[in-house]
Write a protein that binds this ligand. Structure first.
Ligand SMILES: NC(=O)c1ccc[n+]([C@@H]2O[C@H](COP(=O)([O-])OP(=O)(O)OC[C@H]3O[C@@H](n4cnc5c(N)ncnc54)[C@H](OP(=O)(O)O)[C@@H]3O)[C@@H](O)[C@H]2O)c1
Length: 276
C-alpha cells in the first residue's frame, strides 16, 4: 500500500486517478485548490465505498503547497507517490496574450508542478524512495499552433522532469512523464483563453487574420475520437506500482500517431492544414 498525493483532483484525470488508486488499496490524499469542488469526488467515493482523504492544495500558492504536504506527512508519515496532475489548457495566438496571462498558464502547469515536487522531496530523499508522476502532454513534445503557450508550459515540464530524473535516481526517486493525447475531461470547459479574444471583453484580436486562422482545425491529424481518461488513471496506478517504470509513457491513439512523424514532417502537416 502506497501513500499517494494527487494535485487537481476535483475533476478529470486527477479525480479518476484518485479513485483508481483507492480502488487498488492505496492511501489516497486527493487535493484540490477549492474544497467546494469536492462534491463530485465525494459522491463517487461514497458510491464506490472507498476511503479518500481530501485536502486543499493550490499549486500556485506556496503556503498552500507546503501546508498540504505537511498535513499528509503528519497523517501518513510518508509520501510514496506524488501525481503532479493540476493543470489548465490554454488556447490563443501568442500575440494576443498579456505577459500576465502567459505567466499564469506557466504558473499552474510548470511552476505548480515544480513547487509541489520540491515540497515532497526532502521526505522522499530521507527515505531514499518515491515516485513522482508528471502529467505532461503530447503538447510537451510537439507544438500545435494556437496552443503555443500551453505547449511551452508542458515543454518546460518535460525538460525539468528529464533533469530531475537523473538528479533523483541516486536517491531511489523515480520521475515519470505521462504524455496524453486528447482525452475527455472537463479540460475543455476549464480552458483558458487570453482576455482579448473573449467575447464581451471589449478587446479584439490583434489582427483579423488570426481569427480566420484560429477557426481552422487545431489538430493537424485526422480526427481520432477523444480517449477515455480512466485509461490514464489506470496507467498512473500501474506506474505507481511498478518497481522499474519507464521514463515516459505516451498514451492515446492520436498521440501515438503524431509521434510517428518527425518534427519536420509534423510542421509540414501543420503548414498544409493552415493553408486549407
Ligand atoms: N484531457 C486531456 O486531453 C489532456 C491531455 C494532455 C494533458 N492533460 C493534462 O492532464 C491534467 C489534468 O487535466 P484534465 O484534462 O483532467 O482537466 P480538468 O478536468 O480541467 O482537470 C484539471 C484539474 O486541475 C485543477 N487545477 C487547476 N488549477 C489548479 C491550481 N492552481 N491548483 C490546484 N489544482 C488546479 C483543476 O481544479 P479546478 O476544478 O479548481 O479548476 C482540475 O481539478 C492537466 O495537467 C492537463 O494539462 C490533459
Amino acid at each position: 500500500m502506497a501513500v499517494v498525493l494527487i494535485t487537481g483532483s476535483s475533476s478529470g484525470i486527477g479525480k479518476y486517478t484518485a479513485l483508481e488508486m483507492a480502488r487498488r488499496g492505496h492511501r489516497v490524499f486527493a487535493s484540490m485548490r477549492n474544497l467546494e469542488s469536492a462534491r463530485l469526488l465525494r459522491a463517487d467515493t461514497q458510491k464506490a465505498q472507498l476511503a479518500i482523504e481530501i485536502l486543499q492544495l493550490d499549486v500556485t500558492d506556496p503556503a498552500s503547497v507546503v501546508g498540504a504536504v505537511q498535513r499528509v506527512l503528519q497523517r501518513a508519515g510518508a509520501i510514496d507517490v506524488l501525481v503532479n496532475n493540476a493543470g489548465r489548457g490554454s488556447i490563443g495566438v501568442v500575440e494576443d496574450y498579456t505577459d500576465e496571462e502567459i505567466h499564469s498558464v506557466l504558473e499552474t502547469n510548470f511552476f505548480g508542478a515544480v513547487r509541489t515536487t520540491r515540497a515532497v522531496l526532502p521526505a522522499m530523499r530521507a527515505r531514499r524512495s518515491g515516485t513522482i508522476i508528471m502529467m505532461s502532454s503530447v503538447s510537451g513534445l510537439r507544438t500545435f499552433p494556437f496552443a503555443s503557450v500551453y505547449s511551452a508550459s508542458k515543454f518546460a515540464l518535460e525538460a525539468i522532469s528529464n533533469g530531475l530524473r537523473c538528479e533523483l535516481r541516486p536517491f531511489g526517486i523515480r520521475v515519470v512523464l505521462i504524455e496524453p493525447g486528447n482525452f475527455r475531461t472537463r479540460g475543455g470547459i476549464n480552458m483558458h483563453f487570453p482576455k482579448r479574444i473573449m467575447p464581451g471583453s471589449g478587446e479584439a484580436t490583434s489582427d483579423p487574420l488570426y481569427a480566420t486562422l484560429a477557426r481552422r482545425p487545431l489538430n493537424p491529424l485526422p480526427t481520432f475520437p477523444l480517449g477515455d481518461a480512466h485509461e490514464i488513471a489506470r496507467l498512473a496506478a500501474e506506474v505507481a506500482e511498478s518497481d522499474d517504470p519507464r521514463a515516459r509513457y505516451l498514451i492515446g491513439e492520436d498521440a501515438q500517431h503524431l509521434m510517428e512523424l518527425d518534427s519536420e514532417e509534423f510542421e509540414e502537416l501543420v503548414r498544409q492544414r493552415m493553408k486549407a
